[in-house]
Design a protein around this ligand. Sequence first.
Ligand code: ADP
Ligand code: ZN
Length: 296
Amino acid sequence: MSSMLRIGAIEAGGTKMVLAIGNAEGSIFEREVLPTEEPEKVVPKIIKWFQKRDIFALGVGAFGPTGVNPKLSTYGKILATPKRAWEGYDFLQALSDGLHVPIGFDTDVNAACLGEATYGAAKELDNVVYLTVGTGIGAGVLVNGELLHGMLHPEAGHVPIEKEQDDSLDSVCPYHESCLEGLASGPSIQKRWGLSAVELAEKDEVWDLESTYLAKALAIYVLTYSPQRIILGGGVMNQRQLFPLIRKKLLTILNGYISTSEIQNVNQYVVESGCKGDQGILGALALGVRSLTEKI
Ligand code: ADP
Ligand code: ZN
């Protein structure tokens, strides 16, 4: 595709909207950040910003849960969310009515996964899991080159995880007593230890427990999604000491049962983002590019 075609991208988060203009090669020319106000306020601003910039297509990675299946009436809508003004809002329709270009729409984490697979740490790979470990935990999953949707979309941040015996934390997940997000998200670390994750950087026991929970979840992803690579991002993964711990524990849990060359080369199997924090917006760009190629 011509690198001259200008593609729009939106990383729609619960607190901010990142807008960008880029091209199919993953170059970003211009960006804007807007606070996520109620849709009636922020969406007209978004539309105006892109209208001035003459885009050929748009990609959107949206906070979820959100409708990602084009065959369903929920497609492009924001579903259950604590941000009440957004609940049920037809984001895709509003953007489409304002901009009249092809639009690729997916979850924020599926977009980030595609960003890594297109421009980052999983280039040339068709089967990839991207996990963000931040305020929440969420996974984007690429299977045979397509982002996994299924009935809704994966919610693999909430996989049930057995709590360690000496861990007395009450899960921070309102739904689950013992899920990954409830036990291993940034807020769960803060609640358990009484300090923010960044303040606990030197405390080995914090990262020992954190890596145990993350390795348990990664084992589930290896065994169910069969990814060729797993990429870990989000604020908590700034604690780089987690990576060797997670790799070692993942191998221990798998215990030789999966012995592919990828797993044997575990340092290249569980890796950090290759997009340096831009995986979300680059993934949205890639969704925009895909919407064009799919149309042709
Ligand atoms: P969000 O998930 O809200 O989009 P982030 O991915 O930045 O944003 O995640 C925020 C969480 O990550 C917070 O709980 C914060 O404590 C934690 N965090 C941010 N920076 C660091 C760091 N350097 N080390 C450990 N934890 C961090
Ligand atoms: Zn949960």
